[in-house]
Design a protein around this ligand. Structure first.
Ligand code: PEP
Ligand code: MN
Length: 338
């Protein structure tokens, strides 16, 4: 529930109520505003109702949070969250383009790909080092060696980098190599991983599971948030439907819907969302139009030799076209390139 205190309430009043909340093992939240102090209490509904908080003389108003996800909901925070990503910020009127290969393959490949990403004005570099592949015989990634190469390319080109984390025990090892974690579609409900990432402060891009509902996606974000990591970015990357013409069905409804229900930034992955290179630019433009805060796209200096996802990766020419075609859409949406 959300507890709005009267304008004359003091810090001591707030503390008294927070102690009461804590004493019954509910999670207390303190949200001082410019005009009023707002408090939160999260946990078992029956215990919440038994607290009788509204009887406190300094409480003006008590509102239940109706969404199943609490802290990431707009009910809890009406203004948009912004998430720092290296030297840039995702959300808050910025449109952020993160690009790079599906996987880090070797030094030449990540450096040449990063050079293209930088040259046409993107803000971030992606590259997988631990690849959760459908087949055990497919390229599994360079692991820690891949993280080292990604970090080197990131530093060389001044592009913050993001990579997928697949193991809760990898948080400490990976933290120093990258600017953000990505939790992939296959791990969206790996609750141990969500909690581990939540206990770090690392910005985290949470991708929608291929069969996950929007509510499940937001509850997964809540897992990270509830552990204390508020630097969460949601990523719509397509869901599995009966349609076979494209790799996935990019659910842009989800972007517009999540924007109304959650304060978290939302980005779109039109590469995995379509699986087809020619569809990446049109769907990236559609992402801007429906209110996304950015896109994450696969770009490779030579997609023909890519070890994974070459069919959906943009080459230099495609990427330069994407960036110039996106510009008027970003301006029309009232956003700026981060
Ligand atoms: C990826 O970004 O390379 C990836 C594997 O994405 P997803 O988890 O969305 O399939
Ligand atoms: Mn990929």
């Amino acid at each position: 529930m959300i507890i709005v205190l009267k304008p004359q309430a003091t810090e001591a009043d707030a503390k008294e109520i927070l102690n009461k909340i804590e004493s019954v093992n509910l999670t207390p939240l303190y949200m001082p505003g410019t005009e009023r102090i707002v408090l939160g209490a999260l946990g078992d509904e029956r215990v919440l109702n038994g607290l009788n908080i509204q009887a406190h003389p300094m409480v003006e108003n008590v509102k239940p949070i109706l969404s199943s996800y609490k802290q990431v909901s707009r009910e809890m925070q009406s203004h948009d969250s912004q998430v720092s990503f290296g030297n840039t910020v995702i959300g808050g009127g910025n449109f952020t383009v993160i690009a790079g290969p599906c996987a880090v393959e070797n030094r030449e490949q990540i450096f040449q790909s990063a050079a293209i990403v930088k040259k046409y004005g993107a803000q971030g570099l992606r590259g997988g080092a631990f690849k959760p592949r459908t087949s055990p015989y497919s390229f599994q990634g360079l692991e820690e060696e891949g993280l080292k190469l990604l970090q080197e390319a990131s530093k060389e080109y001044g592009l913050p980098c993001v990579t997928e984390i697949v193991d809760p025990n990898h948080v400490d090892m990976m933290e120093d190599y990258v600017d953000a974690f990505q939790v992939g579609a296959r791990n969206m409900q790996n609750f141990k991983l969500l909690k581990a990432v939540g206990q770090s402060q690392k910005p985290t891009i949470l991708k929608r599971g291929m069969s996950a509902t929007i509510e499940e996606l937001l509850l997964a974000a809540e897992y990270i948030y509830a552990e204390g990591n508020k630097n969460v970015v949601i990523c719509e990357r397509g869901i599995r439907t009966y349609e076979k013409a494209t790799r996935n069905t990019l659910d842009l409804n989800a972007v517009a819907y999540i924007k109304t229900k959650s304060h978290l930034p939302v980005i779109v992955d039109p590469s995995h969302g379509t699986g087809i290179r020619e569809l990446v630019a049109p769907m990236a433009k559609a992402a801007v139009a429906c209110g996304a805060d950015g896109v994450i796209v696969e770009a490779h200096y030579n997609p023909q030799i890519a070890l994974s996802d070459g069919q959906q990766s943009l080459d230099e020419n495609d990427f330069s076209k994407l960036m110039s075609e996106l510009k008027p859409f970003i301006e029309a949406a009232g956003k700026r390139i981060a």
